[in-house]
Design a protein around this ligand. Structure first.
Ligand code: SAH
Length: 385
C-alpha cells in the first residue's frame, strides 16, 4: 500500500484526521481516494484514506494495516449494529453508521427499517458506494438505498452534490422512535429524511408536556409536537416554513392518533413568534429546534445573532414557570456560546431562568473523545425562575 509520513502535534496524535500541513512525505504517489498506511515520524499509526485536494488530507479508519474492501465494511457495519443493540435495545430505526465514531470516516447511514439513506463525505467513500451497498446486503435485508449527498461539506472534498436512488424502489417508509410512528420520505425529505439526533431530547420533552400549552417551532415532520400530544399536553401548536414537512407532520399526527390535538402552521418562525407576541399569546413549553444558522467560523457572528433573536422571541412568549427547550445543531456553536446566547436573550426580555437539563445527540451519534467535532447538537432546558 501507499505510505504517508506525517508529523502531528502532541494534542492531535489521537485525532482521526491528518491535515495537509502535517504531511511530510508521501511515497508511491497515492491518488485521490486511495487507502494509505500512515506513519507519525517512524511510528505506524494506522490505515487511512487519502485526499491530496482536501485540507483533511488523511482520514484514519483503522489502527491496523487494513484494506478498504468489502470485508472491512461488513466488519465495521456489524460492529456498529451490535453497539446500537446495546445502547438502543428497543429500536431498529436509527443512525446506523456515524462516520469516524463507527470507524467509517466520511460515511453516514440512517436505517429506516429495511431502507437506508447513505451520505458520503469523502472521495474514498464516494467511490466505494457500491461496496458499501453490497456489504449492507450481506448483513441485512435491503429494500432500498438512497444517496442523500446534497450538502456543503462535499464541496471542500471536491465532490458534486447529488441525491438519487441507488438501489430498489420506495419513497415513504414507516419507522418508529421511542414507540412513536413516523413516515419518512426518502427522496423528498430534508437531510437523510429524519432527524434521529433528537431522540433523547424528544423523550425529555414528552416527559415534561402533560397539561401544558406547547409550542413546537421548526417542527419539520412533527417529532416534538407528536410527543407532546401523546403526553396529554393541553394544547399543541407546531410551526415550520416547509409545506411538504407540515403535510407529512399532519400524516404522522394521524398515524399516532393525535391529529385532533395539534394545530399545524406553515410560516416563518421569526415572523410567527413576533405575531404571537403582539397577540399576547403565552405558552408553558416552547421547543426551538432551528436549522443551523451558520456553517463556518466566518459566519459565526451573524449566526449567533439569529440564535439570540429566536430565543428572545420564544422567551417573551413563556408563562411564569414556563420552559424553553433550545437546541442548536451548528457545529461551531459550542456549549459556552449557547449559554452566552441564552443569557443575553434572557437579559433582553428581563427574565431569569434556571437550567433544568441539557441534552445532546442520542447514542446512535456517539462522540469521540479524540474528535470533538463529532459533537454538534446541544440543547438547554430552561425554566422561568
Ligand atoms: N424539530 C424537527 C427538526 C427540525 S429541522 C424534528 O424533530 O424532526 C429544522 C426545520 O426548520 C426544517 O424543517 C425547516 O423546514 C425549518 N425551517 C427553516 N427555516 C425556517 C423558518 N425561518 N421558519 C420556520 N421553519 C424553518
Amino acid at each position: 500500500m501507499n505510505k504517508v509520513w506525517v508529523v502531528r502535534k502532541k494534542q492531535r496524535r489521537q485525532h482521526s484526521w491528518v491535515f495537509s500541513n502535517e504531511i511530510k512525505q508521501v511515497e508511491y504517489n497515492p491518488e485521490l481516494g486511495d487507502a494509505v498506511l500512515v506513519y507519525d515520524r517512524d511510528k505506524f499509526i494506522g490505515s487511512g484514506i487519502y485526499n491530496p485536494r482536501s485540507l483533511i488530507a488523511v482520514r484514519l479508519y483503522s489502527a491496523q494495516e487494513k484494506e478498504l474492501d468489502k470485508s472491512f465494511f461488513v466488519e465495521q457495519i456489524k460492529k456498529a449494529i451490535d453497539y446500537r443493540k446495546t445502547v438502543l435495545p428497543e429500536e431498529i430505526d436509527y443512525r446506523m453508521v456515524y462516520g469516524e465514531s463507527d470507524g467509517l470516516p466520511g460515511v453516514a447511514i440512517d436505517r429506516f427499517h429495511s431502507s437506508f439513506a447513505l451520505q458520503t463525505f469523502s472521495s474514498a467513500m464516494d467511490k466505494r458506494q457500491d461496496i458499501i451497498i453490497s456489504a449492507l446486503q450481506e448483513i441485512l435485508a435491503v429494500d432500498c438505498v438512497v444517496e442523500k449527498n446534497d450538502f456543503r461539506l462535499r464541496d471542500a472534498e471536491g465532490l458534486a452534490r447529488r441525491e438519487s436512488l441507488l438501489f430498489g424502489t420506495g419513497r415513504q417508509v414507516l419507522i418508529s422512535e421511542n414507540k412513536v410512528k413516523y413516515l419518512v420520505d426518502l427522496m423528498q425529505g430534508q437531510k437523510t429524511g429524519f432527524y434521529y439526533d433528537q431522540r433523547v431530547t424528544r423523550a425529555r420533552v414528552r416527559a415534561l408536556s402533560k397539561d401544558k400549552d406547547v409550542l413546537d417551532v421548526f417542527c419539520y415532520t412533527g417529532g416534538f409536537a407528536i410527543n407532546a400530544a401523546l403526553a396529554q399536553a393541553r394544547s399543541v401548536i407546531a410551526i415550520d416554513a416547509s409545506e411538504p414537512a407540515i403535510m407529512l407532520a399532519r400524516q404522522n399526527a394521524e398515524l399516532n392518533s393525535v391529529a385532533h390535538k395539534i394545530q399545524f402552521e406553515i410560516g416563518d418562525a421569526f415572523k410567527v413568534l413576533r405575531d404571537y407576541h403582539r397577540q399576547q399569546r403565552k405558552f408553558d413549553l416552547i421547543n426551538l429546534d432551528p436549522p443551523p444558522f451558520f456553517k463556518s467560523q466566518k459566519e459565526k457572528k451573524q449566526g449567533l445573532r439569529g440564535y439570540k433573536d429566536i430565543n428572545l422571541q420564544a422567551m417573551r412568549l413563556l408563562k411564569d414557570g414556563g420552559i424553553l427547550v433550545s437546541s442548536t445543531c451548528s457545529h461551531y456553536l459550542f456549549w459556552q456560546d449557547l449559554f452566552d446566547v441564552l443569557s443575553q436573550a434572557a437579559q433582553s426580555v428581563d427574565k431569569t431562568f434556571k437550567i433544568i437539563d441539557r441534552t445532546t445527540q442520542g447514542p446512535d451519534h456517539p462522540v469521540l473523545l479524540s474528535m470533538p467535532e463529532s459533537e454538534y447538537l446541544r440543547c438547554y432546558f430552561l425554566e422561568v425562575h
